[in-house]
Design a binder for this molecule. Structure first.
Ligand code: HEM
Length: 441
C-alpha cells in the first residue's frame, strides 16, 4: 500500500467509528437494555430471533393500548394511530433534529460519500420545504399513468426471466426471479446498462442494512463500505447521463434540475442520494414482496388454486400479501411540537416507532386479521407503502411488477412447490426471504 494513502484511510476509518458511535451505539445499548427488561418493541428491534415470530409481541403491545410508552420511544400497532402520525404535520422524520447538539456533531463527522438511504438529504429523512423540492423532481416519473405505460416492458422482462427457467427443475426463486425482476425493471427505468447491473444487488443489500437502528459495528462497517461504492457508481452514472442524456428517469431529473433557479437546484450530494434511494428502494423492497407472496401461497394451497382458477384476483391478493407480511416492518417519526395522539399527550421530541406489520393485524380494521385471505375485501387498507408526505413513490410500480410477475410465474409453472427450507433475512426494517428453494414442475 502506498504510504500517502494511509492518512486518508485512517481518517475514513475514524469518521466511520465516530458515525457508528453517534448513530448506532446508543440505540444498540438502549434497545438492548429495554429488550432484556421484556419491552416487546425493543425485543423486535434488537433480537433477530424475535422477529422470526413477531405476532405474540405485536399482541402484547396491542394489549397495552393504542400508544405504548417505552424508555426509549413510544410504540404503536394501531392502524389509525400509524395513519395519524404518518400524515401529521406535527411529526418529522429527521433524527436527530438539526438544531440538536448531537445532530450537529453527527453531521460534522459523517462521510458524505457513504450516506445511507435513511440519512439526510435522502428523501426519507428530510422535511418540507427541501423534501417537496427534491421529491417533485422524481414524482412525475412515477405517476399512475406513467407506470401503467411500463406494463409491456415489465411483462417482457418477466417472460425473459421465466424463459431462462424453462430448462431448470430446482431453483432458488429469490435469486432467479424475485430479486432479478425488480432490479431489471428499475435499472431500465434509470438508464443503467445491462452490463453494469452486476453489483447493484449487493450494494442494495448493504444500503438496506443501513435502514436498521443499532447495527453492530462489524455490520455497519461492511454496509458502509458497500454504500460507499454505490455512491461512487451513482456519481459516475449521473456524470455519464449528464454528458449523454437518454429518456430515462435520471436524465429527466438532471434536465429538470439544470433548468431550476440556482437556489432550488439540488446539490451534487442531494442528486446522488436521490438517485441512490430510488435505485435501492426500487428493488430492495419489491424482492421481499414477491418472496413473501411465494411462501404464503405455498403455505396456503387453496388460495393459490383460487388464483390459478380466477387470475383477475391477483391485484387484491398482492394487497393481502402487503398487509399480512409487510415488506417494510417499521418506520419512525418524532414529534416536532407537543401533540395529542390517541388521547395521550406527547411532548416535543418524543419518538414513535410504528410497527406496520403489527398495525396490519389491527382487529378493529381487519376482521380475523391473522388469517391470510386473498379475497379480503379491505386488504388494500394497509399502510405498507406509508402515507402522508413520504408515501412510497414506487407503490404503483411495485404492485405492477408483483401482479404481472407472479401471475405469469404461476401460469408458466402451475405445479411450482417449495422444496427445502426458505431462509428469512434477519433485517429489522425490511422483512423478506433471502432464499426460497423451489421445484418448478
Ligand atoms: C413492495 C415494494 C415497496 C414497499 C413495501 C415500499 C415501501 C415504502 C415505504 C413504507 C416508504 C416510506 C417510509 C416512511 O414513511 O418512513 C417508502 C418510500 C419510498 N419508496 Fe417505496 N416501497 C416499495 C417499492 C418501491 C419502489 C419500486 C420504488 C421506486 C421505484 C420506491 C421508492 C420509494 C421512494 C423514493 C421513497 C421515499 C419517498 C419520500 O420519502 O418522499 N419504493 N416506500
Amino acid at each position: 500500500m502506498r504510504s500517502d494513502m494511509i492518512g486518508p484511510m485512517r481518517a475514513t476509518a475514524a469518521r466511520r467509528t465516530a458515525t457508528w458511535a453517534l448513530a448506532h451505539a446508543p440505540a444498540r445499548v438502549l434497545f438492548g437494555r429495554e429488550a432484556r427488561r421484556g419491552n416487546p418493541t425493543a425485543r423486535l428491534i434488537s433480537d433477530p430471533a424475535a422477529r422470526l415470530r413477531p405476532e405474540p409481541l405485536w399482541e402484547e403491545i396491542r394489549s397495552r393500548g393504542a400508544l405504548v410508552r417505552g424508555k426509549v420511544s413510544w410504540a404503536t400497532v394501531s392502524l389509525p394511530v400509524v395513519g395519524q402520525v404518518l400524515r401529521g404535520e406535527e411529526f418529522t422524520s429527521m433524527f436527530p433534529e438539526p438544531g440538536n447538539a448531537i445532530g450537529r456533531l453527527y453531521r460534522s463527522v459523517r462521510d458524505p460519500w457513504a450516506l445511507g438511504p435513511a440519512e439526510p438529504p435522502s428523501l426519507l429523512a428530510i422535511d418540507a420545504p427541501d423534501h417537496t423540492r427534491l421529491r417533485r423532481l422524481v414524482s412525475r416519473a412515477f405517476t399512475a399513468r406513467r407506470v401503467a405505460g411500463l406494463e409491456a416492458g415489465v411483462d417482457k422482462t418477466t417472460h425473459e426471466l421465466l424463459d431462462a427457467l424453462e430448462l431448470e427443475d430446482r431453483v432458488d426463486l429469490v435469486e432467479r426471479f424475485a430479486a432479478t425482476l425488480p432490479v431489471a425493471v428499475i435499472a431500465d427505468l434509470l438508464g443503467v446498462l445491462p452490463e453494469e447491473r452486476g453489483p447493484l444487488l449487493s450494494w442494495g443489500n448493504d444500503a438496506a442494512l443501513l435502514l436498521d437502528a443499532g447495527l453492530p459495528y462489524r455490520e455497519f462497517k461492511r454496509a458502509q463500505r458497500g454504500v460507499r461504492e454505490m455512491h461512487q457508481w451513482v456519481h459516475g452514472h449521473i456524470e455519464r447521463l449528464r454528458a449523454e442524456p437518454g429518456d430515462d428517469v435520471i436524465s429527466t431529473v438532471i434536465r429538470q434540475a439544470d433548468d431550476l433557479p440556482e437556489d432550488e437546484r439540488p446539490s451534487p450530494e442531494e442528486l446522488r442520494l436521490l438517485a441512490l434511494l430510488v435505485l435501492g428502494a426500487g428493488f430492495e423492497t419489491t424482492v421481499n414482496l414477491i418472496g413473501n407472496a411465494l411462501v404464503l401461497l405455498d403455505r396456503h394451497p387453496d388460495q393459490r388454486d383460487l388464483l390459478r382458477r380466477e387470475p383477475d384476483r391477483w391485484p387484491r391478493a398482492v394487497e393481502e400479501v402487503l398487509r399480512f407480511d409487510s415488506p417494510v416492518q417499521l418506520t419512525g417519526r418524532m414529534a416536532r411540537q407537543d401533540v395529542d395522539v390517541a388521547g395521550t399527550h406527547l411532548p416535543r421530541g418524543s419518538g414513535i416507532v410504528m410497527l406496520l406489520g403489527g398495525a396490519h393485524r389491527d382487529p378493529d380494521v381487519f376482521a380475523d386479521p391473522n388469517t391470510f385471505d386473498v379475497a379480503r375485501e379491505n386488504a388494500g387498507d394497509h399502510l405498507a407503502f406509508s402515507a402522508g408526505p413520504h408515501y412510497c413513490l414506487g407503490a404503483q410500480l411495485a404492485r405492477l411488477e408483483t401482479v404481472v410477475g407472479l401471475r405469469a410465474l404461476y401460469e408458466r409453472f402451475p405445479a411450482l412447490r417449495i422444496e427445502g427450507e426458505p431462509v428469512r433475512h434477519t433485517t429489522q426494517v425490511l422483512r423478506g426471504w433471502s432464499s426460497v428453494p423451489v421445484r418448478l414442475r
